[in-house]
Design a protein around this ligand. Structure first.
Ligand code: SF4
Length: 463
């Protein structure tokens, strides 16, 4: 086992990797308290992930004091194909190809996340998110480096101001794991960095002078890669700004390194609320006793946890998998918030699905399970166009006095608007207005028979 500290090229000295013996001892007692909390949770609530972790398959000799210490995981991330091949069988040809890929798009997997992978299944949904694929190169010219135009919307380095009342802060590009579908893959080749003190001062000055900003999102690279003390020094200064109402943190730590959500971090977050946390579970196999306990600690610290999934080919692109995921999230009290269409990022084409797939998944969930479980399916437009929510078309026509609506079973109903003098008895009985819409032709036929004009601005999306 490689226990050397991770070499991190920093622009400031605020990162936490590289632990002294003294701090390791301190975290040993944190780890013990983590283990107690985890076993308390497990006694009352069985998380839905059926795989559990393969910790003892891959890391049989690692003691609990290390396994429960997030800094141990960070230092021991798997960052080379050579080391990865000790855990996941590869042919010499595969190794050679993956070496090529990591020359352009590096590799980093935490021991914890690796332990969720079935090493003998090339299609394992956790593996496909973490292990490089040769398709990142063969399809590497498709898409854009910065499809969301974040560089154009950066008003000061690391601060993106696109919407009127909220801004995005990027404090570091360091993530515990490099997700193969990452929108900010372009940043990986610049090495690891964190914002300098001068850059942070410029961000804070911008926030002070823009009184319309009420919501600050701190996101990836993963902000929880900073030490708790460094993060607190920034969050507390944002809290001093009277017009900033809420802070949101975007992090994948609860999923890929849940040990990071320790008592010190939770105490700090609870002191500076309201803080919301958005995390990023993509598959039910990621819901484990450890990740469930991490979310539980956040919730007990008064930090609401929402989930933003990315729709990924052969990983979670089915109604069955997505339903299992959202049900699992609700069991650990995490709200499914967004389901993102995978962005047009170079090196991710092999993981992208047609937009239609997302709409069909939402259609397959809506009405068949609680509305609380159904995320909003969203496409983030290129060139900074922003997020567009997409959903199945339930409005077949809309006139002044009535609408023609399709329910989750495909049955069509008339719905009277207030003020309409028509009632059901006076309405001409249209043919087939009530029934199941089974095809586009059937829907068009119904539209022709509907009284009044349809809304010309409405674009119907068939799913
Ligand atoms: S955690 Fe987020 S920012 Fe970091 S690599 Fe994964 S998707 Fe990208």
């Amino acid at each position: 086992m490689n226990t050397a500290p991770v070499t991190v090229k920093t622009r400031s000295a605020s990162l936490s990797p590289g632990v002294t013996t003294r701090t390791r001892h301190r975290h040993r007692s944190d780890a013990e308290s983590l283990a107690e909390q985890d076993s308390a949770l497990n006694a009352t609530e069985e998380p839905p992930g059926h795989h559990g972790t393969g910790r003892f398959r891959f890391f049989p000799d690692v003691p609990d004091s290390c396994w429960n210490d997030w800094k141990w995981h960070f230092r021991n991330r798997i960052t080379s194909i050579d080391r990865l091949s000790r855990y996941i069988p590869m042919t010499p040809e595969e190794r050679e190809r993956l070496e090529l890929v990591t020359g352009r798009y590096p590799l980093a997997i935490t021991p914890y996340y690796l332990s969720l992978i079935d090493p003998y299944n090339a299609d394992d949904p956790v593996r496909r998110q973490a292990v490089p694929s040769y398709e990142e190169m063969t399809m590497g010219r498709i898409g854009m480096e910065d499809p969301l135009g974040e560089r154009e919307d950066s008003v000061v380095p690391g601060l993106v101001h696109r919407y009127p009342d909220r801004v995005l802060l990027v404090l570091t590009d360091i993530c515990p794991m490099l997700c193969r579908h990452c929108t900010r893959k372009r940043e990986w080749r610049h090495g690891a960095w964190t914002r300098t003190g001068t850059e942070i001062e410029a961000m804070l000055a911008y926030l002070w002078s823009n009184t319309g900003v009420r919501d600050v999102i701190i996101s990836g690279g993963d902000p929880l890669s900073l030490s708790t003390a460094s993060l607190e020094s920034i969050i507390s200064r944002i809290r001093d700004i009277p017009h900033i109402e809420i802070i949101r943190i975007g992090t994948r730590y609860p999923v890929v390194l849940p040990q990071r959500i320790d008592a010190g971090l939770c105490d700090m977050l609870s002191r500076h609320g309201p803080i919301w946390l958005n995390t990023h579970f993509n598959h039910p196999n990621e819901i484990t006793p450890e990740s469930a306990a991490a979310c539980d600690r956040l919730l007990r610290a008064g930090v609401p946890v929402n989930n933003q999934s990315v729709l990924l080919r052969s990983i979670n692109d089915s109604i069955e998998t997505m339903t299992k995921l959202v049900h699992g999230l609700l069991k650990i009290k995490v709200r499914p918030y967004y389901l993102f269409q995978c962005d047009e990022v170079q090196g991710t084409e092999h993981l992208r699905t047609p937009v239609e797939t997302g709409i069909k998944i939402i259609e397959g969930m809506r009405g068949h399970t609680s509305g609380l479980a159904v995320p909003t399916f969203v496409v983030d437009l290129v060139q900074g166009g922003g997020k567009v929510p997409l959903q199945p078309n339930y409005v077949l026509s809309m006139a002044d006095d009535e609408l023609l609506l399709k329910n989750y079973e495909g049955k069509v109903f008339r719905y009277r608007n207030p003020g309409s003098t028509e009632n059901e008895e006076n309405m001409p009985t249209p043919l087939s207005v009530s029934g199941v819409v089974e095809s586009l032709t059937a829907e068009a036929d119904l539209l022709l028979k509907t009284r009044g004009k349809t809304d010309e601005n409405r674009v119907g999306i068939r799913s």
